[in-house]
Design a protein around this ligand. Sequence first.
Ligand code: PGA
Length: 259
Amino acid sequence: MLVVIKKDYDEVSKEAARVVAELVYEKPNSVLGLATGGTPLALYQELIRMHKEDGLDFSKVTTFNLDEYINLPPSHPQSYHYFMRENLFKHINLNPRFIHIPSGMVDVNDINRINRYCEWYEEQMEKAGGIDLQILGIGANGHIGFNEPGSSLGSRTRIKTLTDSTKEDNARFFHGDLSQIPQYAITMGIGTIMEAHWILLLASGKNKANAIKDTVEGPVCARVPASILQMHRKAIIIVDEDAASMLSIEYEALTPDLL
Ligand code: PGA
């Protein structure tokens, strides 16, 4: 695991975009794992700029999103389908056939069908040749995707119940109204995420400092799902000074040539 500390959110995002662009230039038919939330927004804006100004070509790229809320239709402004369309997809030249986001429109009572659907989602990743680079944010509680504390470190794509702390963190996207937040989500598992060839976890802000400390310097444990990245040979953690403020060891200020 490589830890890189940048000055602020803007620098974290630009560095992450540089890594993603490097991969896409090198391997135009890359398979990217994508994340939602506040953290990757500026990364996506930078990729859009690179597409428009530098001709970064996404036409052969395949994407798989990490997760989706259950029971929010794709047209709902807080669904991750909507998020991805508005914040990335409609601004670049991805082939719509190569875009994958878990469907949130499943019946929570039909667990067999959900399990089959999750298996199908995993098969699509396998057929695409696996994920070359998975982008991740991190929850203040150390979650990755919707793999909340206590998730099995070997888990695969499945339905998960959101914890209260995640609901509170995400309430800002639902006008602060906890009752509007879905109770369940479909998420890639920790085992699924760990199969990506490269992993790029981004974090910014003091509210992530604890989670980053536990992830980087704590024991590997299910209480902090992101700590499993210590076991990944090609995981890069890019954080700003605020998110790094509780780390006790000195880390890199420079990202070496990564790919
Ligand atoms: P955030 O969420 O980027 O909105 O802080 C990250 C996460 O919960 O994974």
